[in-house]
Structure formats: structure tokens, C-alpha cells
Design a protein around this ligand. Structure first.
Ligand SMILES: [Ca+2]
Length: 243
């Protein structure tokens, strides 16, 4: 680990006989201070001040600008900006703050690390999900409209993980057949990125619905089979959710 605290040069005090035309000035460390027209002996006394190394960096999917690697005098104001990559949004700084930019007074060495997360629409759909189907813009429009004309909005297609750019791919069908002893349910297609539940109830209006089984999708149709242990149960439904 490198040095994080140091003494910087605030200025120079001429402690002894000044010659005409010489003016002391503050210079950033470690620059040399030059004089001209020196005709007598000089004693230069440096005035020192505390400085801290102020650093900023980022995790994956973004970058940081501002005071990312600067020596700043104690008490000065530092600022860092987190810049997410396309399809991502800023999450937080390593100190827990979610402010962006983050402005602070320097009182010690710092190293702020920005983290990023997938950007979402106002309804919570990841832009990366749309990007996976080739959509690169108009995410809000796609979320609340049926742009591929299959009867479902982009947000509904996200719930089912079906293709929002393909009218031939939309929410699956639930087919139910029965025998005196058993009930058979078939979900026409499933996604490996979603869970599928089958609920049952004796009263479709008032419920309550009981979850009979829950499975992760496998990319194909899913077949469920239940014994009719309670003959009053006549109503079934399927639900799709994120794992
Ligand atoms: Ca579709």
C-alpha cells in the first residue's frame, strides 16, 4: 500500500534579508522555486500543510471521474462522479452513499469505489432483457405497449420471458383435462429463467388459492398431474414468476 498522507508545500517565508524584486510564492510540491536577481544570502523556510491521497474507482459496468487520484489539502472539497455503462445504472459508493455525484470534505485518505446495477424501466423491467432481444431504445414505450402485435405488452412478455419482438412468441396456454381421480395440466411452454406455479381453489371468486406445485421452467412444455383428493377443488390456475 502506498503512502496516503503527506506534507505539502503551502508557501515559502523569506526569513532573512530580501533582495529587491524577489517575491516568494506558493508552489505545488515538489516543484522547484526559482529566484532571480539574488544579490544577498537567503534563508527559505517552507510552510507545510497536511495533504491526503483522495482516490475513486469503479467496479464492473461503469467508470468514475473527478478526484480519482489527487493529493488534496485537509479541509478541501472533493467530488467524484459515477458514470454507468449503457443499460446500467449507478448503485452506490463503497461508503454506502447513493449520492451521485458524491461531494465531501477531505479529512483523511479516501478510496471510494462505485458499484453499478442493471438499469430498469419504471415498471422494473431490466433494459438488458430487452437488449437480449435486439431492442436498443424506447424501453418505456415497449414496456407499456404491444409493439409486436401478439396481444401482450413488453412488461407482460418480460413476466413470462417471451420474445417482445416476435408476434409468434407470447404467453403460454394452460390446458386442463380431468379424469374422476386425477387432474392434468399442461403449460404450453416454459422459460428456464422463470418459475411456474399451479394453484387450486374450491371457490374461484373468493379463494383462497392454494399452491399445489412450483417448478422452474425447462424451455419446453411442463406437465402437472394431481390426485383429486378433494372433489370440491374444481378451479386451477398457473402463475409465472422470477426465481
Ligand atoms: Ca411476443
Amino acid at each position: 500500500m502506498g503512502k496516503k498522507t503527506r506534507n505539502g508545500l503551502k508557501g515559502l517565508v523569506l526569513a532573512l534579508a530580501l533582495s529587491a524584486g524577489i517575491t516568494p510564492s506558493a508552489e505545488a510540491w515538489p516543484k522547484r522555486v526559482s529566484f532571480s536577481n539574488v544579490t544577498e544570502n537567503l534563508i527559505l523556510v517552507p510552510e507545510l500543510q497536511q495533504e491526503y491521497l483522495v482516490q475513486g474507482s469503479s467496479e464492473a459496468n461503469g467508470s468514475v471521474v473527478g478526484n480519482t487520484n489527487d493529493w488534496l489539502v485537509a479541509g478541501k472539497t472533493a467530488i467524484v462522479y459515477a458514470i454507468p455503462n449503457n443499460l446500467y445504472s449507478f448503485n452506490r459508493w463503497s461508503n454506502g452513499s447513493a449520492n451521485n455525484p458524491f461531494v465531501y470534505q477531505v479529512t483523511s485518505p479516501t478510496n471510494l469505489v462505485a458499484s453499478f446495477k442493471p438499469a430498469l424501466t419504471s415498471q422494473g423491467t431490466p433494459l438488458l432483457w430487452y437488449d437480449g432481444f435486439g431492442r436498443t431504445n424506447d424501453f418505456e414505450l415497449a414496456d407499456s405497449n404491444d409493439l409486436d402485435g401478439d396481444g401482450f405488452t413488453g412488461r407482460q412478455e418480460y413476466t413470462a420471458d417471451t420474445n417482445p419482438e416476435d408476434s409468434l412468441d407470447s404467453l403460454p396456454f394452460l390446458t386442463i383435462t380431468t379424469s374422476p381421480e386425477e387432474v392434468y395440466l399442461d403449460i404450453s411452454k416454459t422459460s428456464v429463467n422463470r418459475n411456474y406455479s399451479i394453484d387450486a381453489t374450491t371457490n374461484m371468486i373468493t379463494g383462497p388459492w392454494e399452491e399445489k406445485e412450483k417448478r422452474q421452467g425447462n424451455g419446453a412444455s411442463q406437465f402437472f398431474e394431481f390426485n383429486r383428493e378433494d372433489p370440491r377443488i374444481s378451479f386451477y390456475r398457473s402463475r409465472i414468476g422470477l426465481p
